[in-house]
Design a protein around this ligand. Structure first.
Ligand code: ADP
Ligand code: MG
Length: 690
């Protein structure tokens, strides 16, 4: 049969039903999948050290044939696997402590590449960090001598399919498979970006002469991947913004101007810029589909209120939905204060209101008496309808599902949409996660707030930290103490919230200690949080459940136990709960005994975007996407933030292409669409509609 890119790998020589089955565990079904199955690393054997010249203290790579193996017990009960290698220059012993099972993998007669430090233990001995079997006792050796064989690709492998088998199969079919590919990237673009042609790129990643060359190849494939994703996202953005049936808001300068005059503070430059961007969206014939991103305390609510008033002065209603009752109440109060001079009272719709309160609120929404509505999920109920809903604002947007957002939006007359997020992310990540949205950012903090100082203290200072907590409380302030687990039984080595709350209660009988964690009922938790907000609790001991947006200006100290257990972005979210009043605030990270560089870097900055960059560099992209957006697209070849330059280029090119051919229906566009959909089948519906 003739092999095509979408042929099952099963039909390739050397792959039968069993191996094909094993390949599916790696996500490989078709020939295309196999060709795009990239090595996750390379072993550079171009600088191999002869065994006799591996000196104690060096870190080297060596190649030798296995002449002896054995498992040795030690006195401490640890079993060590040993293998002796020989080459033309001499012999070297290798030892793998605690890995007696290698007995089943490494055998006499094999040609082995090992890399690791050489130490002295009854003679020279290497403790390999990694090894690659280059040849079996009975089979052929890999061409370790030729130039092409010196940089060895190591593939993600699975049971029944070693990386060596995968390497052999790809190598065997590589030229045939390359003949099936077509490069859709226009030559001028490719040359402008300095990227290799597709077949050269694939050859370079699978059969590189140098690690550098492999990296060049990977970047080309990464570009394709990012470009395909951006095609989908730019298309999604265009669809979301499609013209709203003749409705465009007009700038009337009535309520919005009155709000500006009545504000008890001046807006920051970032806030003014965001308001300009939002206003421009709202008066345009296309729908607004914008994300307003900024750390807690940067003043997103006021910005959202300007948008809401613009809708109201155009005779529309505006709704603000928050993920919890507490946050909705807080927004309600903020809006009430800010709107009082304008004679407008916001409507509240919460789950805990009485049936009568709710039904009255609903009727005011339905007949249009209420113009500004703040609520929780209660807004989503079928019985809630609006007179003329022109703007939907969603706070902490990621805490709502796509369908929930769509339900609220569906209650309006193609309303404009403004999403709020208190999780700043770097531009590269934003383009990937939120590429279908326009983005405004608030980076600057309003003046007049106390600074948040971050300090790192070790366990030896725990008592002093606790004294500081007590003194702060006696001075009338409030304190958060955050712990990674609820109960000690979960992890014996970690301090737990319940134990801490008990201890502090016994230690400070005069202080009121509250406890909140994820296993409490939501209303119980809300009640304690309310108590803290109202000043009835001095110290709130908590796991990470404390609300992101909670605003308690009197809370000035945040202690985090085991900060090493948290991601940097999460730590930043936590410290955002203090520093909301005029007082200087403190965030104290209590480590056991060692100060980690990542925590030092974190303590040195207060900028959420900078923290987000550190976080991205630390955790990598896949993890972040997985955590933030289930059902999101995964990236296999691209790496962020390293490939951020490719990402911007891919975005620019995708925008050009979609602008010229929105549905990708021209011949060139169709080929691009096919390829992108083969990669991201979930995006199919983007091209089904007009
Ligand atoms: P976010 O939602 O971004 O966390 P909020 O909108 O809740 O922040 O604002 C936090 C507090 O800061 C509110 O009390 C708000 O009234 C106040 N605030 C907002 N903008 C300014 C400003 N430009 N100057 C001073 N205070 C401001
Ligand atoms: Mg907020």
């Amino acid at each position: 049969m003739t092999v095509r890119l979408d042929t099952s790998v099963q039909f390739l020589k050397g792959i039968g039903a069993r191996r094909a089955e094993a390949f599916t565990r790696l996500g490989i079904r078709t020939v295309r999948d196999l060709l795009w199955h990239l090595p996750h690393r390379y072993v550079d054997a171009s600088t191999v050290t002869p065994l006799a010249r591996a000196r104690v203290g060096d870190d080297v790579a060596c190649v030798g044939r296995v002449v002896d193996t054995g498992v040795q017990p030690t006195r401490r009960g640890l079993r060590i696997f040993r293998a002796v290698l020989r080459d033309d220059s001499g012999v070297l012993e290798c030892a793998w402590p605690g890995q007696a099972f290698l007995d089943r993998t490494i055998h006499v007669g094999q040609l082995l590449l090992v890399a690791g430090p050489v130490r002295f233990y009854h003679g020279r001995q290497m403790a390999p960090r990694e090894f690659v079997i280059l040849g079996d006792a009975d089979g052929e050796d890999e061409p370790a001598g030729t130039d092409a064989g010196k940089v060895l690709p190591v593939y993600p492998a699975t049971e029944g399919l070693s990386h060596k088998i995968i390497r052999g199969l790809i190598d065997r079919h590589l030229e045939t498979l390359l003949g099936l590919t077509r490069d859709h990237m226009p030559e001028p673009q490719r040359l402008r970006l300095g990227l290799p042609a597709l077949d050269d790129a694939l050859r370079a990643v699978h059969r590189p002469h140098s690690v550098d060359q492999a990296e060049q190849g990977r970047r080309r494939l990464a570009f394709d991947e990012l470009f395909d994703l951006q095609l989908m996202l730019v298309r999604a953005r265009a669809l979301a913004k499609r013209a709203r049936g003749g409705v465009a808001f007009e700038i009337r300068r009535e309520l919005t101007s009155r709000l500006k005059d009545a504000l008890p503070f001046t807006l920051t430059a970032d806030q003014r810029q965001a308001i300009r961007e939002i206003t421009a969206d709202m008066i345009a014939p296309e729908r607004m589909h914008r994300l307003l991103m900024g750390d807690v305390g940067t003043g997103k609510t006021v910005v959202a209120l300007f948008a809401m008033l613009l809708a109201v002065e155009n005779d529309y209603q505006a709704a603000l939905m928050a993920p919890t009752e507490l946050l909705a109440e807080q927004h309600g109060r903020t809006l009430e204060t800010l709107l009082a001079p304008l004679g407008i009272t916001p409507e509240l719709l919460l789950g805990r209101q009485t049936a009568r309160e709710k039904s009255e609120a609903r009727s005011r929404l339905a007949d249009g008496r209420s113009r500004i509505i703040v609520g929780t999920h209660a807004l989503l109920q079928e019985t809630v309808s609006f007179h003329r809903l022109g703007l939907v604002v969603i706070d902490e947007q990621h805490r709502f599902g796509v369908e929930q957002r769509a339900t609220l939006i569906g209650k309006g007359d193609t309303p404009d949409v403004l999403l709020l997020s208190a999780t700043p992310i770097p531009r590269s990540l934003a383009l990937t996660l939120y590429g279908d949205l326009d983005i405004s950012t608030l980076r600057e903090r309003p003046p007049g707030r106390g600074e948040v100082r971050t300090a790192i203290r070790t366990g030896a200072h725990r008592d002093r930290v606790l004294e500081f907590v007590r003194d702060s409380c006696r001075a009338g302030r409030q304190v958060y103490i955050v712990l990674p687990v609820i109960e000690e039984s979960e992890r014996a080595d970690l301090r737990a919230a319940t134990t801490m709350a008990q201890r502090l209660g016994a230690r400070w009988p005069d202080l009121r200690i509250g406890l909140v964690h994820g296993r409490m009922k939501a209303d119980e938790r809300d009640q304690i949080m309310r108590g803290f907000r109202n000043g009835d609790v001095d110290v709130l001991v908590a796991t990470t459940v404390i609300e992101v947006g909670i605003d308690v200006p009197n809370a000035t100290v945040m202690v985090v136990e085991h900060p090493e257990r948290f991601g940097l972005a999460q730590l930043h979210q936590l410290r955002g709960r203090v520093g909301r009043g005029a007082e200087e605030s403190h965030s104290i990270l209590l480590v056991e005994d060692r100060v980690l560089p990542r925590l030092e870097a974190f303590a040195a900055t207060t900028d959420g975007f900078k923290v987000a960059e550190l976080d991205l560099a630390e955790r990598g992209m896949g993890d972040l996407i997985g955590a933030r957006q289930s059902g999101g697209f995964d990236l296999r070849q691209a790496r962020l933030p390293q490939d951020a330059d490719l990402l911007s280029q891919a975005r620019a090119l995708a925008s050009e292409v979609i602008q010229a051919d929105p549905g990708l229906e021209q011949p060139e566009g169709r080929a691009m669409r096919q390829r992108a959909l083969a990669r991201y089948p979930k995006a199919m519906e983007l091209f089904r509609v007009g």
